[in-house]
Design a binder for this molecule. Sequence first.
Ligand code: SF4
Length: 327
Amino acid sequence: MYRALYFEKLEDNLVRCTLCPRECVIKPGNRGFCRAKENHAGELYSTIYAEVSSSAIDPIEKKPLYHFCPGSTILSIGTIGCNLRCKFCQNWHIAHIQAPTRRRSGRELVNEALHNDTIGIAYTYSEPLIWYEYILDTSKKVKEAGLKNVLVTNGLIHRKPLEELLSYIDGVNLDIKAFTEKFYDEVCGGKDYFNYVKETAKVVSKACHLEVTTLLIPGLNDDPDELQELAYWLAELNPDIPLHLNRYFPNYQMDLSPTTVESMLMAKEIAEEYLHYVYLGNVADADRTTYCSECHYPVVKRDWFVEVDLNGECCPECGTVISLILS
Ligand code: SF4
């Protein structure tokens, strides 16, 4: 096991994990809420360092990142455990049950990423932030090899470790699960965490490329006023932040009917009042094209292949700068 980087020692060999806002106080021999940290004789250790439950070479668009190296592939890896308990979890088979893992060193993964001609490594599938020690070490090796690091996360982390990690991260897809504290509290098992996630979005938006994903669940987080607030708040950070609105289907402990396509289209229309780039996920035949925000010229077409049509960083039709990282 690998010694954790963020914790405090307390009396009677108790420790407090200070990586994420749960701040679990852990007795000797016990684990924190996420199952990724264990107290051994008054010291905290990561139980999942280098333990990989899933890996695949994915198109970057699958993360989803649409404005970051379009058309490229990335080695995607995940571990086990999570610091939230979302009732609709899409990755419950690795987040909430003891899935098998395989030890993979950071060097091995970098070699795999290079060998497969990918742009780097994405830490994804289950929650990567609880894998903190390993992704910090691996992301340094990835940068040394001239590759990129991508984080797909729920954003639940304290600011100090976040800033330390972001020095090595190139792109983030942040899950904003809803725009109310009530939803985080009642549906995600995380009281008072909404503000932490907003803080993460602010910090990330200044540090590297950011895209946001929200899974829309009927009656729980798809109210037009709430969507308007989310889009308005994101636009205040930067109206060029791409927002991915994903359609919910029943999963894990949630059996509500799927979100209707009509609601998804309405949500997109609301968000587009404030944001330049809004995309629908899990909706058959949804338009995945990136259009110039000024003249509506299709600058990135995504079908079987991804086609980028830019003049440098600009729309070839009207010259507007398109917020997009090409390489
Ligand atoms: S990272 Fe895990 S152990 Fe640490 S505070 Fe968060 S949930 Fe608890």
